[in-house]
Design a protein. Structure first.
Length: 191
């Protein structure tokens, strides 16, 4: 299980996200995983905003968005996630600063599709770091633009995504469908 969450509408010029008018409470997700008998992994983005509500243990993951170049006037140079598993790897570097960020494939940046959009490669790294096995199901109840779904599809994991905002849900569906079409084309080319 890989989950993102946080309060982001205050940092953007976009419309407020429904239900984003109060601080994120990780307790229901922590309890759900704690009560599982098979040690499900839990990963929560934006964890620095609610770190006092997290249980003991686990590990903070860092996305270094400036790759050592330091912060800029309007963008954070890092984002933090919390994972309920201990792991030695905890820093991922991918340049992602507004219009000057690296694209999904290392090319020039494309227009961001969600205020807190994550690169697909970052989400692939999260799946590996959380040790989510191939064929396992990943739940993202705050799907946004679908980066986790694309990462799951391209790495052989199953995906369930939930998004409250219809506009972002449609964007996510289009991105995931495009990734599925790309996968089919690659399979046909090798056959």
């Amino acid at each position: 299980m890989c989950i993102t969450g946080g309060k982001w509408s205050n940092y953007t010029n976009r419309k407020a996200i429904d239900g984003d008018d109060h601080a994120f409470d990780p307790a229901p997700w922590v309890e759900l995983v704690r009560d599982s008998h098979d040690g499900k992994p839990l990963l929560l983005w934006g964890a620095d905003h609610f770190k006092t509500n997290l249980p003991e243990g686990g590990r903070f993951l860092v996305w270094d968005k400036s790759c050592g170049q330091g912060s800029t006037a309007n963008f954070s140079d890092a984002e933090f996630a919390w994972m309920n598993r201990r792991n030695a790897r905890c820093v991922y570097r991918h340049f992602w600063m507004g219009l000057t960020r690296a694209g999904e494939d290392g090319s020039a940046a494309s227009k961001r599709k969600h205020p807190s959009q994550k690169p697909v490669e970052l989400m692939r790294w999260c799946l590996e770091t959380a040790r989510i096995g191939l064929g396992k199901v990943v739940l993202d109840p705050y799907m946004g633009s679908g980066s986790t779904g694309v990462a799951c599809l391209t790495t052989g994991r199953k995906f369930i995504g939930i998004e409250i905002d219809p506009e972002y849900f449609e964007i996510a569906c289009r991105r995931i469908e495009k990734a599925q079409q790309q996968q089919r084309m690659e399979l046909e080319e090798t056959a």
